[in-house]
Design a protein around this ligand. Structure first.
Ligand code: PLP
Length: 384
């Protein structure tokens, strides 16, 4: 029985065309990009071509894109080095950030004299913009705002333009974890008032362990990883040439097919939502239905012994979904995001996340499996 992968927010399968580009790079671009001989120059040219591709697609200049090992490293670099290099004394963030942001901010709060403020969220997890403005107004300390573009668990989208404009108005630096939206939404850094964004190839059908950080020229940082002079002295360590080539190829494909992929995924998400609402009227939707990432659908089911076993039983039925972010779902430790937006105690959050490789038949199969895996009384009337 073929498996059904509805966990594309945790990672995505490698696109066959990307696999081809990565394999070619592994075999043919083995030179060290820092070497001056022919093999080195060939690898260097390919890395710089990849940088140009990423920069052009995002509306950045090539000097503002640095390749890293992924989203976690990129956000650590921005947040920690903004404190070290830009004199940031205060960070405003939210309780539903990915752990790479949340734990970086908490570490700074614990080990330095940086002051941390948490912006208020509503019950759907949307940032309270009035509270954000009040926080920005409330201090003249040099401030970094770090708020994610799309939440990886409930999908909520932030209006980067609105938040960036507020940050500019109050002279705050603005970082957004754009890991879930790069390759899914158009981001034009030439017009967006933002200083830092971060990306990760494995979220858009590229290889794992490779990503990038955009650092605006006016907010340039110093290296996070010291070493050789790689990445124009910004990140020590021999470049991951195959990973970088794969990232650029995957991003190119994501842009080329963005509209078709989106249309297809939106239809699948809507189909699953309708089927779940019909079959399980008591189910709740986590996140904001109007302002959600089209690839993510997070649904809560009421407590019962069968609900507790839901993820496991779906897995046995051949369907991969997640209960939280990938790091926590392994231990099924619940979700800091659902907790932060006041999720119902004991209810089970199930995140379905789609890709263009999924089909409507897979959605129908998943709904049948849900009907088998959940107690029959949950199929009855609306929960009160
Ligand atoms: N930020 C968000 C929103 C994510 O979903 C993830 C991946 O789970 C990350 C950051 C971490 O990215 P990476 O796996 O490349 O370190």
């Amino acid at each position: 029985m073929p498996r059904i992968f509805f966990d594309n927010a945790s990672t995505t399968p490698l696109d066959p065309a990307v696999a081809e580009a990565v394999t070619m790079a592994m075999q043919e671009l083995y030179g060290n990009p820092s070497s001056i001989h022919a093999e080195g120059r060939k690898a260097r040219n390919a890395v710089e071509q990849a940088r140009k591709t990423v920069a052009q697609l995002l509306g950045a200049s090539i000097g503002e894109i640095f390749f890293t090992s992924g989203g976690t490293e990129s956000s650590n670099m921005v947040i920690k080095n903004a404190v070290r290099d830009l004199g940031v004394k205060r960070i405003i963030s939210s309780r539903i950030e990915h752990h790479c942001v949340l734990h970086s901010v908490e570490a700074l709060e614990k080990h330095t004299n940086v002051q941390v403020e948490w912006v208020q969220l509503d019950s759907q997890g949307r940032v309270n913009l009035e509270h954000l403005e009040a926080l920005l107004q409330g201090s003249t300390a040099i401030t970094l705002v770090s708020l994610m573009h799309a939440n990886n668990e409930i999908g909520n989208l932030l209006d980067l333009h609105v938040v960036g404009t507020l940050c500019r108005q109050y002279d705050a630096y603005f970082h957004s974890d754009t890991v879930q939206t790069i390759g899914y939404y158009l981001i034009d850094l030439s017009t967006l008032p933002i200083d830092f964004i971060t990306g990760s190839a494995h979220k858009f059908f590229g290889p794992k362990g490779t990503g990038f950080v955009f650092i605006r020229n006016e907010a340039m940082l110093r290296p996070f990883i010291d070493g050789g002079g790689q990445e124009r002295n910004m990140r020590g360590g021999t470049e991951n040439t195959p990973g970088i080539i794969g990232l650029a190829k995957a991003l190119e494909l994501a842009y080329e097919h963005m509209v078709q992929r989106r249309t297809h995924i939106e239809q699948l998400r809507q189909l699953l939502l309708t089927r779940i609402q019909d079959a399980f009227p008591m189910a709740v939707l986590y996140g904001s239905p109007e302002y959600g990432h089209y690839k993510i659908l997070n649904v809560g089911f009421p407590p019962s012994p069968k609900t507790d076993m839901l993820l496991l039983n779906l897995d046995i039925a051949g369907i991969s979904v997640s209960g939280g972010s990938a790091c926590t779902s392994g231990a099924d430790a619940g979700s800091h995001v659902i907790d932060a937006i006041g999720g119902l105690p004991g209810w089970k959050a199930v995140r379905f996340s789609f890709s263009h490789f999924n089909t409507a038949e897979e959605v129908e199969t998943a709904v049948q499996a849900l009907k088998t895996c959940l107690p029959s009384d949950l199929l009855a009337s609306r929960w009160v």
